[in-house]
Write a protein that binds this ligand. Structure first.
Ligand code: DON
Length: 307
């Protein structure tokens, strides 16, 4: 179905408005990410009934990075149930950076599954459940949500695997506190691979639309996530998805969202629309500057804020 022109015109207008802004820096702590092109800027919107609107470099692929975290969290909840998962990872915003090594005081759990510590714990749990099949399961689930077979970027994976000492330290700290099982290196390897899965804005907006459509991909009609888990995934994205910017994001934009350090931002408007943007220029908290500003404008224009 053809989307009404007004939405295409609005997306084109906002894309043009923000494309000229070169605020922010490309992440280089994963060396391979430093090769990103600062001119690249794409946006895609997929409605919960499967219509697609795109602008700019919406077909340029980038690694999903932390946007993988709510998806693997949903998978862990499906595999283990909420009670078991909550013994290993909390649901409180940490107010700290995404790579914080801080754990909760009494429980020693990571604060939430959106910070690296929580996401590594979740992947370790998936490894305990799925064993050697884990990455394959993650890849198939992400592909079903995107509506096409995805691939991963071998170079980015190797680059992070070689330099991810901080994540290794976090994983071993988690092992020390019994939050993850013995196979720390295997879990880290899968975590680095899951972060290296390649998507473009259209894929990411389709994943967001799948969440918006209560777990069913609105284009392929595949049932990807359990409806109850979608609620959990969106709740945690709302409170923790933008790390130590989450409060401001909730205030300013007011929809569940997740950012990744390669420059993607995925936002979900419940039962209405999935929004994705890509621009590798990041603010000091690791969120895409153009992505934040474009989404804030779009939320304002369309009245997307939940309140
Ligand atoms: O673990 C890391 O540091 C990366 N693979 C993912 C971090 C990330 O995307 C943070 N987002 N802004």
């Amino acid at each position: 179905m053809q989307e009404p022109n007004w939405l295409q015109e609005l997306i084109d207008h906002l894309h043009t408005k923000h494309a000229s802004h070169y605020e922010g820096e490309i992440a280089t702590y994963i060396p391979e990410l430093g090769k990103a092109n600062p001119d690249h800027f794409g946006v895609a919107v997929v409605t919960a009934d499967g219509r697609v609107v795109e602008a700019g470099n919406s077909d340029v692929c980038f690694t999903i990075q932390s946007i993988s975290k709510p998806l693997t969290y949903g998978m862990a909840l499906e595999a283990y149930g909420e009670e078991r998962v909550s013994k290993h990872v909390g649901v409180e915003p940490s107010g700290d950076a995404f790579n914080s090594i801080e754990l909760e005081k009494i429980t020693n759990r990571p604060f939430n599954p959106m910070v690296n510590a929580g996401a590594i714990t979740v992947t370790a749990m998936l490894y305990q459940h799925y064993g050697e099949r884990t990455f394959h399961e993650i890849m198939s689930r992400f592909s079903a949500a995107a509506g096409r077979q995805l691939e991963f970027d071998e170079e980015v994976y190797r680059s992070e695997s070689r330099t991810g000492h901080r994540n290794r330290a976090i994983a071993y700290l988690l092992l020390n506190f019994g939050m993850v099982p013995e196979h720390v290196e295997a879990a880290l390897d899968i975590y680095f691979k899951q972060c290296s899965i390649l998507v473009n804005c259209r894929d990411l907006a389709t994943i967001a639309a799948t969440l918006s459509n209560l777990g069913t991909n609105p284009i392929t009609k595949a049932e990807v996530f359990d409806i109850d888990r979608v609620k959990d995934m969106m709740s945690i994205m709302f409170t923790c998805g933008m790390y130590d910017y989450s409060g401001q994001w909730a205030y300013r934009v007011g929809v569940p969202a997740k950012s990744g350090v390669s420059g993607g931002v995925m936002s979900v408007v419940n039962r209405q629309v999935g929004i994705a943007s890509y621009s590798p220029l990041l603010d000091s908290k690791g969120n895409s500057c153009r992505g934040i500003n474009l989404c804030a404008d779009l939320a304002q224009e369309l009245g997307l804020h939940v309140f």
